[in-house]
Design a protein around this ligand. Sequence first.
Ligand code: EPZ
Length: 421
Amino acid sequence: MDAISIRGNRPLYGRIRVSGAKNAALPILCATLLSDGESVLGNVPNLRDIETTAALLRFLGREVTLSYPEVRVHAPTGQVRPEAPYDLVRQMRASVLVLGPLVARYGRARVSLPGGCAIGARPVDQHLMGLEALGARIQVEHGYIVAEAPRLRGAEVVFDVQTVTGTENLMMAAALAKGRTTLVNCACEPEVEELGRVLNKMGARVDGAGTTVIHIEGRDELAPFEHSVIADRIEAGTFMAAVGAAGGDVLLEHAPLEDLEPVVVKMRKAHVDVEREGAHVRVRRGEVLAAVDVTTAPHPGFPTDMQAQFMAMMATARGRSVLTETVFENRFMHVPELLRMGARIETHGNTAIVEGIPKLSGANVMATDLRASASLVIAGLVAEGETVVHRVYHLDRGYEAIEKKLAGVGADIKRIRVEAP
Ligand code: EPZ
């Protein structure tokens, strides 16, 4: 079992290359199910979630070649097996993103219900409501979603909540539906906009991706594509929080500044300087870190995927900060672990009150979910003594070689082998 050992109190200096966006690559890889031929995706990060998606596409009948940062997906002629089994879907909830493409392209899909995860119940009712509106017959039996439709038809769909993968599933399904689809109350995340670009490259007509209303003219068939994935704004934001906590001056290569507005505004309020330098972004923390309040919200609000990392930074800021999590019902799993490192945090429902203290103290801590594990790494950078973060497989799902990237800017951090607890 791998763990990550960190010795804190070292400011960070140097350059870090930001990898391609996991949450853009995942839906785009699923979009390859919409066409035959060979699609090529560049700037794909080497992550466990990408491996899982490749395994799922291979199970469905696609040939997938992983030569990071390039991924090739080839559709041999003939049918696919339109099934996403439980043992793959339970590893990664985003597997539900094959549902829309499969039922649109092959008229049938049997996909395991994703189930919940550490951060919440994670229902998919909006995905199913939208597919039914497009004419799919949906049954849920024995833990599986069974969707059937000879041919989806364009429709008007209003989401009850802004759901990122729900929007993406419906965009992909509508791209092969007959006629025009209008999706209202869509998620506006940059990764949704990126999927719209790829669907247009495939021959679909998608207008408004990245806004709350998306119009899609369905096509009878779509073509394979070549595309290079946008940079990962959450990985870039995570490194901003690392510099904010540890101090220093780091150039984030290819960081997507325009997609990080809400995070950058809060960073600057905390006295973390963030400035564009050509295609890169320089992050510098000079004076003492200031406490700042944050409430998460769908894009362009402050991203829920940055809440845990920002909290770790606030743990050693001067003053009291209040963090409110409005997107998921259980996204404070990092708090008990931060408390073990001496942080002063009180939670009341979906609100956490952080009293900043000068230093944390190194400890053995347990990662519980992807962003919580990043939060513990950041805390380790400002703790006295050694911090060992266990169960780093959570981290490996969404961060490409994070310990190497942080060591490259001077952090005392390394991956170690530990006996399974
Ligand atoms: C995406 O998850 C991301 N994953 C998550 O990133 C991210 O935290 C989340 O969006 C919010 O930004 C990928 O893109 C692969 P949602 P998703 O559907 O689509 C409720 C990470 O760290 N909801 O936007 O599953 C839901 O319960 C991961 O990289 C319904 O009620 O999230 C939640 O409260 C973690 N019914 C809210 O909507 C539905 O049918 C937003 O969830 C769907 C969602």
